[in-house]
Unconditional design. Structure first.
Length: 301
């Protein structure tokens, strides 16, 4: 006990530096958790948490009796899984390709180009994609017309909408993942490549037996973190690009929460949906962590 107390006294200045960040964490991340009590209430803003009527699990029963709830859950899961897969595969491939570029100026320019879209808001990009993907006036539509093909309404066709969301999200975010994997590539011991060359391995064999195993822990880590977003299909993206005609394949839990909570003022029901989503995401994240530890002996903590 004295040893711990003495260690704290020696590092009291470091703990003091952490205190503001800790206070902000508690205020903005932990205090709002008490708002989940609304999931079990018929919440009335004028009465507050303590004055609103307690309804138990009625909000959850109402949610799972909604006519399209299971389709919305499937849409969320389907789009999120495709985004997770593409968000891992594409950055790894691009990082491997960039790693082969020897001209450093050209390589840095490419890194900047692929990373730049990450900083753009979906409010901006939604307007850009609406114009580009317009079947009548958009660039893509005109290309289809010039080739004698029928233009596709990517943002208005329920069959195409989910894949449009996945591809546009991948285009925006793969640069971030690429930077992460490039950083992981720098940590691979060059001696391993030299040994592989001595054994007669070409570039493909070196990639297969040295590079990919070398970045595997980071791939596992990014996959584990991504599993926490299994029900986060991208509210800001879809909200700015969807319309009622694609609700059948594009409506997700977050957009449903927005319509129920903000437009219909059913705060308890909206909170119930959010709590359900959070619980499932926590289970998936914990399961992914357990599997990663069991099969790859990799730990985040």
């Amino acid at each position: 006990m004295k040893k711990k107390s003495g260690k704290f006294q020696r590092n009291w200045s470091l703990h003091l530096m952490l205190l503001p960040a800790l206070i902000l964490l508690v205020i903005y991340n932990y205090v709002p958790l008490f708002g989940n009590i609304m999931a079990f209430q018929k919440f009335n803003p004028s009465k507050g948490f303590f004055g609103s009527k307690w309804v138990g699990l009625e909000n959850f029963e109402y949610v799972f009796n909604l006519p399209d709830i299971y389709q919305v859950i499937w849409n969320t899961f389907y789009i999120a899984v495709l985004k997770i897969i593409m968000g891992i595969v594409v950055p790894v491939i691009v990082a491997l390709l960039l790693n082969e570029v020897r001209n450093m100026k050209f390589k840095r320019s490419l890194q900047t180009m692929v990373y730049f879209p990450h900083f753009l808001s979906w409010v901006i990009l939604a307007g850009v994609f609406v114009d580009i993907l317009s079947p009548s006036d958009g660039v893509i539509g005109k290309i289809f017309t010039s080739l004698g093909l029928e233009p596709i309404f990517f943002l208005g066709d329920p069959d195409w909408f989910p894949y449009t969301m996945v591809l546009t999200d991948t285009w925006k975010e793969f640069g971030y993942g690429t930077i992460v994997y490039l950083a992981a590539l720098t940590g691979i011991d060059p001696c391993l490549y030299e040994a592989a060359v001595m054994d007669g391995a070409g570039r493909w064999k070196q990639t297969l037996h040295v590079t990919l195993p070398g970045i595997l822990p980071i791939v596992v880590l990014m996959s584990i973190l991504a599993m926490g977003n299994i029900f986060n299909a991208g509210f800001d993206q879809i909200f700015n690009m969807y319309s009622p005609q694609v609700y059948s394949t594009g409506d997700i839990l977050d957009t449903l929460v927005y319509r129920i909570g903000m437009l219909d003022a059913q705060y308890g029901v909206a909170t119930a949906i959010g709590l359900f989503k959070s619980v499932i995401s926590f289970i998936m994240l914990a399961s992914a962590y357990a599997l990663a530890y069991k099969f790859t002996d990799y730990r985040v903590f």
